[in-house]
Design a protein around this ligand. Structure first.
Ligand code: ACO
Length: 332
């Protein structure tokens, strides 16, 4: 049976490291609070001129090189991000231009932290219909540009980075076995970020004072405790249901790659699923929460560090704003 197989992975982390000690100088916080509540010690921060498309392009080049695929061979580029360089064009189009992927259609996917997993799911459907296709899926973020650096509740959590995977069809038994996406827009207010300030057409503006109202910033806002609760519960249920559907047990999983939100969410999930922590890939302490980039960065690190062996059963699970969440099962 033809399946969509990841044939190349790449990642890009900005060089600048922001430590908890640095954050102590910015807001009223402490290394002790941050590490005990989140497990995060450092995160990477993009330079002023280092935009999401630049990180995404570097990760994509690495993935293409490993896959031995030239940019001209790409049919599609999906890029999960909530921090695109511009509202228009898409970040994916900027990456397409930089790569010279002249035969690829390119588009962004906004599913917050779930963007990469959403992209994988769509890529898999394309490849099932035409196994010769070559598709680049990227997750890339510069969340530091959308962080309220005066809000200690959120500014300690996030980091910048990008990860990419190249997929094509194969019938050698490996590849994506199944995936399932979910969303619940009714809970959007628990985790949100305003887009650019909205303009009001003068004919609609019956109160002139409104026009001068200060926009309160295009920042990430969240109700931390509720996000925590929904994240654990949703990922747990999604994982159990997918394992059951595929007729495998959690004991069959060789490596779980969960979204890296924070260590307490990961520990709760691990406990509920009853999977040994040694089977869980964790980068949150060094990169923080990089939203859509978190899973593809982990996949690349796991791949390059020898944590993935042919035939391994790999479980991805993610949760993010929307709410959106999802699960992917891969035979490596
Ligand atoms: N430094 C010091 N104190 C802080 C900080 C900080 N950085 N941030 C908050 N506090 C204070 C609060 O103000 C509060 O003080 P108060 O009691 O005087 O009001 C106190 O610490 C406790 O705050 P809580 O909100 O109860 O802390 P909690 O144990 O819930 O931890 C946290 C907060 C880490 C945000 C937690 O709720 C959480 O992990 N939520 C999940 C959110 C998340 O990971 N979001 C990422 C995006 S979503 C995703 O990717 C899935």
């Amino acid at each position: 049976m033809n399946r969509a197989v990841i044939i190349g992975t790449g990642s890009c982390l900005p060089e600048r490291v922001l430590t908890n000690a640095d954050l102590e100088q910015i807001v009223d916080t402490s290394d002790e609070w941050i590490t005990t509540r989140t497990g995060i010690s450092t995160r990477r921060i993009a330079e002023r001129d280092e935009r999401t498309s630049a990180l995404a392009t570097k990760a994509a080049r690495e993935a293409l090189s490993m896959a031995n695929v030239s940019p001209k061979e790409l049919d599609l580029i999906f890029l999960g991000t909530i921090t695109s360089d511009m509202a228009m064009p898409s970040c994916a189009c900027l990456v397409q231009k930089e790569l010279g992927a002249v035969n690829a259609a390119a588009m962004d996917l906004n599913a917050a932290c779930s963007g990469f997993v959403y992209g994988l799911d769509i890529a898999e459907k394309y490849i099932k219909s035409d196994p010769s296709m070559k598709i680049l899926v990227i997750g890339a973020e510069t969340l530091s540009t959308r962080t309220n650096w005066k809000d200690r509740n959120t500014c300690v959590l996030f980091g910048d980075g990008a990860g990419a995977s190249v997929l094509t069809g194969s019938n050698n038994g490996s590849g994506i076995l199944s995936s399932r996406l979910y969303s619940d827009g009714s809970l959007w207010q628990l985790l949100s970020m305003e887009s650019a300030p909205r303009q009001v057409c003068p004919v609609l503006n019956d109160n002139p004072a409104d026009a001068d109202k200060q926009h309160d910033g295009s920042y990430i806002k969240m109700v931390g405790k509720d996000v925590f609760r929904y994240a654990v519960r949703s990922m747990e249920q999604a994982v159990l249901s997918q394992l059951e559907k595929e007729g495998v047990s959690i004991n069959d999983v060789n490596l779980m790659i969960p979204h890296q939100a924070n260590i307490r969410i990961l520990r709760s999930l691990v406990e509920k699923l009853n999977i040994p922590i040694e089977k869980v890939f964790i980068t949150v302490s060094k990169y923080g929460n990089t939203s859509a980039a978190s899973i593809p960065i982990c996949i690349d690190e796991a791949n390059r560090s020898g944590r993935l062996t042919e035939g391994d059963l790999v479980l991805l699970c993610v949760f993010g704003g929307g709410f959106t969440w999802g699960v992917t099962l891969i035979r490596w």
